[in-house]
Design a protein around this ligand. Sequence first.
Ligand SMILES: [Fe+2]
Length: 370
Amino acid sequence: MNIHAPQDSSVALEEKGLWVSLHGAEAKYFNYYWLRDNCPTSFNTTTRERTFDIFHLETAPKATAAEVQGEDHVTRMPVATLDVYATGNPRFDPADLPRTAWFGDHYPDVTRFTLDELKSDKDKLGTWLEAMIVEGISVITDMPDTDDALTELANLAGAVRPTFFGNYFDVHTHINPTNTAYTAAALELHTDVPAEESAPGIQYLHMRANSVDGGLNLFGDGVAAANDFREIDPEGFRLLAETEIPFYCEHDTYDMRSYQRVIELDHHGEVSGLTISQHMLDLIDLPQEVLDDYYPAFCRFGKLLQDDKYIMKFTLKATECIVFDNHRIVHGRAAYSATSGERYLRGTYTDRAELRSTYRALISEGRFKA
Ligand SMILES: [Fe+2]
């Protein structure tokens, strides 16, 4: 491998890597494997994927003077790339935005767009996706009363993500309910489908009809409550962030189980979300002595989460679709009178990672420019 350092730089070759001075500044170290694997010629500019297979090198890549042993390959590495990767810091991610915690008075300020605005205006689409990353909730208005409207909206952020309930779910009262949501009873604050190994990330609830008495919608920011809990009760916070507890969802043809932490932290150590559901919490199978501390902490947090400080209460109107981060935002419903009118919600999910991907692609050019 010929290392073509810029004119103002010098190179010092070592056993496993080389030192190169970029822009005449202090020399930075680069590993030979990294240099060879990430040579711009290793990538196909059409697919934007790496086509070079480092597993098939017969000898370890090593620059001696200006050549790699056993391979005649010339690497021309842009200095801008070396600048970015010299320090070992994570690659910049435009979707890694700090979350803004919100509280029970947030409803008038919830991000709102019409479906047509999101379909026709890339700037508004970007603003919506950003709000979903930062605040984790939005309301889309003027939704047509059709099944397709929900799919069209979801597809603006990603592909529909099926669960074991299927691609979509319809929430109205059932004669033989398999889930509390399908009754007219109150539904406690929860995140959806915690029994799945990786619960769906973004939830969409399209209100198709709502003329019943009661059934107030309840939404709260798990990040706001967990951040406060961290301050008030650090030991309880630690237990909920480190201990995995079992969730289940079981009926005639399925028996889904998983272990989850109630408080989820991101790679910065910040609270990124919650997994909580009273109606899908399995019998906790931790040693009973551990429960002496865990259960009181769990209840302290559960009580805090229900405080009016955190919970928006409103009526989602027909034609509106609420979109929220299912790993962060808890949702629930007050009881309603099933005979007082019609109430029909159609729901679906996409994933968090795909929403971030859509956002990045919309606002940045990525590593490879066409
Ligand atoms: Fe739910």
